[in-house]
Ligand binder design. Structure first.
Ligand code: NAP
Length: 215
């Protein structure tokens, strides 16, 4: 059975990704930093809970030890508030910590897939072409995450692992004080599509529901 791990999955878009991957027939580890919130979400969805704080390398290493296989990694955990170092710690360095810890397992999979939950607000082309919210933390963190995604493309070029960045659109979650106009389930769909790509699918891209997003 295909095994997946979704970080930051006790609520919001991550929780919906878990539900949709389970509906695809996957065995899903629901990653959350808080044990109580994570266990409850796992019980509600039929996922397996694994404690993982992406900013805590010991917690990430311990999560990797608990998994005996992994085919799909969705780096979903993120924060939108805080100063730039704090936000980068979660949204960029956290993704690197988790990806590096899970790569040995993903390399053993015949169909490894990594999805990095990014945002079109991090698009450099978008910043040049159209007004986007001014932010010295969340916005550049997603730009950096996009660059990190492309560096992993190089690292993984001789493997069957596909890695892509996803933008869920503006969804109603705690991240934006529930101001989004899309549902978390709608936001989850692009991550699920990239997590379930066939072997002829793309790698090294940035996608939303409409298609390709400019880097
Ligand atoms: P959310 O509702 O705020 O959920 C964020 C999740 O990340 C929560 O489960 C949170 O856990 C977890 N998290 C935060 N820091 C963590 C850490 N250090 N370790 C582990 N988990 C951590 O946000 P969302 O809107 O669903 O966002 C999901 C992803 O989509 C993010 O990458 C976000 O940047 C991206 N995105 C969202 C939108 C949007 O409109 N919502 C748009 C573009 C991109 P706690 O419950 O413990 O805080």
């Amino acid at each position: 059975m295909t095994t997946a791990l979704v970080t930051g999955a006790n609520k919001g878009i991550g929780l919906e990704i878990v539900k949709q991957l389970i509906a695809e027939g996957m065995d899903v580890y629901l990653g959350a930093r808080d044990v109580e919130r994570g266990e409850k979400a796992a019980a509600d969805t039929g996922a397996r809970f694994v404690q993982i704080d992406v900013t805590d390398p010991a917690s990430v290493a311990s999560a990797a030890e608990k998994l005996d296989r992994l085919d799909v990694l969705v780096n979903n955990a993120a924060i939108s508030q805080g100063e730039i170092r704090e936000v980068f710690e979660t949204n960029v360095f956290g993704v690197i910590t988790v990806t590096d810890a899970m790569l040995p397992l993903l390399r053993q999979s015949k169909h490894g897939r990594i999805v990095n939950m990014s945002s079109s607000v991090g698009s450099l082309a978008g910043m040049v072409d159209s007004p986007s919210p001014t932010s010295f933390s969340y916005v550049p963190s997603k730009t950096a995450l996009n660059a990190v995604t492309l560096q992993y493309v190089r690292v993984l070029k001789d493997t069957s692992i596909k890695i892509n960045a996803a933008c869920p659109g503006y969804c109603r979650t705690d991240l934006n004080h529930n101001t989004g106009f899309r549902t978390p389930a709608q936001g989850a769909a692009i991550a699920v599509r990239l997590a379930t790509l066939g072997d002829d699918g793309p790698t090294g891209g940035f996608y939303d529901d409409e298609g390709v997003v400019a880097w």
